[in-house]
Ligand binder design. Structure first.
Ligand SMILES: Cc1cc2nc3c(=O)[nH]c(=O)nc-3n(C[C@H](O)[C@H](O)[C@H](O)COP(=O)(O)OP(=O)(O)OC[C@H]3O[C@@H](n4cnc5c(N)ncnc54)[C@H](O)[C@@H]3O)c2cc1C
Length: 179
């Protein structure tokens, strides 16, 4: 059908216009699968059904991640990696960071999410000169997804405060001062 996932721009707006429902079904199985979990959880909760959760308010059973959970965990991981990336990275550090982002762009199991990332990389080359430039690049990428999803945009001047040092309130609450 397609040579690879890359051949299909499985964008939420365009993919349904360009490809038959069968093609979409076959190619987007991973994002659909993830989306189904999100919908199932939301629908059951709306019906007032008690979905068994443990004390951390997570599903009690070991279910696959929803699209939101996977996205949230991925962003948490990526912003933390960028925040703790060296100030003066070696060529090897840069290679690893480049490989990490490009691997996610190819392997992320939600096709329109990974295509968003691939397109972003093509138009906005990764800036791996320092922790600050990497964090800013990621912040802008994340904001482009936030914009697409009509979520509030994050103030990128606060990206290291959020992911490395903690806000004043966080430092006060945890009695930590990482500055
Ligand atoms: C590469 C990628 C592409 C995605 N594309 C899509 C898509 O096309 N469609 C879709 O439905 N979902 C997509 N997602 C998932 C989506 O971005 C969210 O992760 C998901 O909707 C859950 O959102 P959330 O409210 O938990 O917060 P998230 O957006 O997951 O954010 C996690 C935390 O990051 C912080 N944050 C928010 N914005 C920024 C920023 N700009 N810089 C730094 N920190 C920030 C906030 O403190 C927030 O609590 C994608 C995820 C990834 C990793």
């Amino acid at each position: 059908m397609f040579d690879s996932f890359n051949d299909l721009f499985c964008n939420q707006f365009t993919y349904q216009l360009k490809y038959s429902p069968k093609q979409v079904e076959q190619t987007c199985f991973a994002c659909d699968q993830l989306a189904k979990w999100s919908e199932l959880i939301k629908t059951e909760e709306k019906k007032g059904k008690e979905i068994e959760k443990d004390s951390k308010k997570e599903l009690k059973y070991e279910c696959p991640l929803s699209k939101e959970e996977l996205g949230h965990s991925t962003w948490n991981f990526l912003h933390t990696v960028a925040a703790f990336y060296p100030e003066n990275p070696s060529e090897k550090d840069k290679e690893y960071a480049y490989a990490l982002i490009n691997s996610i762009a190819h392997l992320y199991p939600c096709v329109y999410c990974s295509n968003h990332l691939k397109n972003y990389i093509e138009n906005n080359p990764l800036d791996l000169r320092s922790s600050k430039t990497f964090s800013l690049w990621l912040c802008r990428l994340h904001n482009s997804v936030n914009k697409f999803l009509k979520k509030p945009l994050f103030n990128c001047s606060k990206v290291l405060e959020r992911w490395k040092y903690g806000s004043k309130e966080c430092q006060k609450a945890t009695k930590l001062n990482l500055n």
